[in-house]
Design a protein around this ligand. Structure first.
Ligand code: NAP
Ligand code: MG
Length: 401
C-alpha cells in the first residue's frame, strides 16, 4: 500500500503526561502507517519548555503563522507544585496563552457526538460550537472594595489632556464594591472576523448575544461592531453559503439554545463563554469528547483537545497500572488539522483519509468498544471497557478491515 503524500508540513506541538502517550499511539497506529506524515515538530513538553526558557512555545506559534495549520497536544500549565515536581527554573506561562497572544485568535469548542450517548438536552441532535471571546471584560479588570463612604468615578484622560468624568456610585457608610473593565475595538473586531470566517468555513449559522438593552454602550458596541462587519464584509458571502447571522439578547439566546436542535456556532462574550462552554460541554457528555480549535483573524488554525493532560491517569500509568484514557478529542485534533492542510493544498486523498478515520473511531464507540469515561455514559446494551491502547488498536483494526 502506498502512503498518502503530504507535500506541505503542518506544525506538530507535542505535550505532557497521558496526552503525550496518547499522542504517540495515535501517530504510531493511526497516522504513520497510512500517511507520509510531514510535520515540523516542536516539543512543548514541560521539560523542553524549561530547557529552552519557553522559546520553543514562541517558535511553534511563529511556525503556525508560516504554515497556517498546527496541532497541539495538551500541556501542563505550571503551578507551584509543578515547579517542584519538574525542578523548573520558573513558573512558565500557559502555552495556550502564549500561542493565543501571538496568533490573536478565537477558540471554538465542538463536541463529538456518538449514538448511545445522549446529550442531557433531548432536542440536541447536532453539536453546538461555542466561540468565546477570550479577551477583556472582567478578566482584565481592576476592582476594589470600598470600606465606607466615598464616590466612585469613571475618568478618561485623552491624549490632549482633556478629562471626561462620570459618577458611578456614591457609597454610604457601609461602602460596597466597584470595578473598572474594558474591551478594545480591535479585539472585538478580530473576534467578530474569526466568528464569521469560522461560520463560513463550517457552513453553520452564527448566533451572537449580549445584554445590549441594559448595557447601552458596552454591550451595544459588541452588537454594533458585529453588525457592521457582517453588513460590509460577510452578508453576501453568508447568502451565497446559505447560512445566517442571528443576533438576539443573551437571555433569549439561552432559551433558544435549549429548545434548538444544535448545529450552529454560538459566539459568546468572555464571561458568557467561560460559563456556557462548561454547561454545554457537560450537557453533551464527556470532556474527553470536546475538540477545540484556535482560529486567528488572518486564518491560521491550531487544533487541540479541550481537556488537559489527564494527570490522574498518567500517575497510574507510571505505577504500571492499566489506564482507560479516551483519545477521541486528541485524535480529532489531528484529523481537524489534516483536513485543514488537505483543504489548503487541495489534497483530496488526505481529506478522505481524515474523514474516514473520524468515522471509524465513532463507529468503534457505537459498536460498543470504548474507554471507561464513555462506558459510564453510554446507553448501549452491549459495551466493553477498553484500555487506552486497546481502544486505539480497535480503531486501527476497523480502519484496516
Ligand atoms: P484534565 O487533564 O482535563 O482531567 C480532568 C479529569 O477529567 C481527569 O482526571 C479525568 O477524570 C477526566 N478526563 C479528562 N480527559 C480525559 C480523557 N481524555 N479520557 C478520560 N478521562 C478524561 O484536567 P486537570 O486534571 O485539571 O489538569 C491536568 C493538567 O492539564 C494540568 O497540569 C493543567 O495545567 C493541564 N491542562 C492543559 C490544558 C491544555 O493544554 N489545553 C487544558 C486544561 C488543563 P477521572 O480522573 O475521573 O477519570
Ligand atoms: Mg469555565
Amino acid at each position: 500500500m502506498t502512503k498518502i503524500k503530504m507535500p506541505v508540513p503542518l506544525v506538530e506541538m507535542d505535550g505532557d503526561e497521558m496526552t503525550r502517550i496518547i499522542w504517540k499511539m495515535i501517530k504510531d497506529y493511526l497516522l504513520e502507517p497510512y500517511i507520509e506524515l510531514n510535520t515540523e515538530y516542536y516539543d512543548l513538553g514541560l521539560t523542553e519548555r524549561d530547557k529552552t526558557d519557553d522559546s520553543v512555545t514562541v517558535a511553534s506559534a511563529e511556525a503556525i503563522k508560516k504554515y497556517g495549520v498546527g496541532v497541539k497536544c495538551a500541556t501542563i500549565t505550571p503551578n507551584a507544585q509543578r515547579v517542584e515536581e519538574y525542578d523548573l527554573k520558573k513558573m512558565w506561562k500557559s502555552p495556550n496563552g502564549t500561542i493565543r497572544e501571538i496568533l490573536d485568535g478565537t477558540v471554538f469548542r465542538t463536541p463529538i457526538l456518538v449514538n448511545g450517548i445522549k446529550p442531557a438536552v433531548k432536542t440536541w441532535e447536532l453539536p453546538i460550537t461555542i466561540a468565546r471571546h477570550a479577551f477583556g471584560d472582567i478578566y482584565n479588570a481592576q476592582e476594589c472594595e470600598v470600606d465606607g463612604e466615598g464616590t466612585a468615578e469613571l475618568v478618561i484622560t485623552l491624549p490632549d489632556g482633556t478629562v471626561e468624568r462620570q459618577q458611578i456610585a456614591q457609597f454610604d457608610e457601609k461602602g460596597g464594591v466597584v470595578r473598572g473593565m474594558f474591551n478594545t475595538t480591535k479585539s472585538i473586531e478580530s473576534f467578530a472576523e474569526a466568528c464569521f470566517n469560522f461560520a463560513l468555513d463550517t457552513k453553520q449559522e452564527l448566533w451572537f448575544a449580549t445584554k445590549d438593552t441594559i448595557s447601552k454602550q458596552y454591550h451595544h458596541s459588541f452588537k454594533d461592531i458585529f453588525q457592521e462587519i457582517f453588513d460590509t464584509k460577510y452578508k453576501a458571502k453568508f447568502e451565497k453559503a446559505g447560512i445566517e447571522y442571528f443576533y438576539t439578547l443573551i437571555d433569549d439566546a439561552v432559551a433558544r439554545v435549549i429548545r434548538s436542535n444544535g448545529g450552529f456556532i454560538w459566539a459568546c462574550m468572555n464571561y458568557d463563554g467561560d460559563v456556557m462552554s462548561d454547561m454545554v460541554a457537560t450537557a453533551y457528555g464527556s470532556l474527553a469528547m470536546m475538540t477545540s480549535v484556535l482560529v486567528s483573524p488572518e486564518g491560521y488554525y491550531e487544533y487541540e483537545a479541550a481537556h488537559g493532560t489527564v494527570t490522574r491517569h498518567y500517575y497510574k500509568h507510571l505505577k504500571g497500572e492499566q489506564t482507560s484514557t479516551n483519545c477521541m478529542a486528541t485524535l480529532f485534533a489531528w484529523t481537524g488539522a489534516l483536513k485543514k492542510r488537505a483543504e489548503l493544498d487541495g489534497n483530496d486523498e488526505l481529506a478522505a483519509f481524515a474523514t474516514k478515520l473520524e468515522k471509524t473511531s465513532i463507529e468503534t464507540i457505537e459498536d460498543g468498544f470504548m474507554t471507561g469515561d464513555l462506558v459510564m455514559l453510554s446507553e448501549l446494551d452491549k459495551k466493553e471497557k477498553l484500555t487506552t491502547e486497546m481502544f486505539v488498536k480497535e480503531i486501527k483494526k476497523r480502519l484496516d478491515a
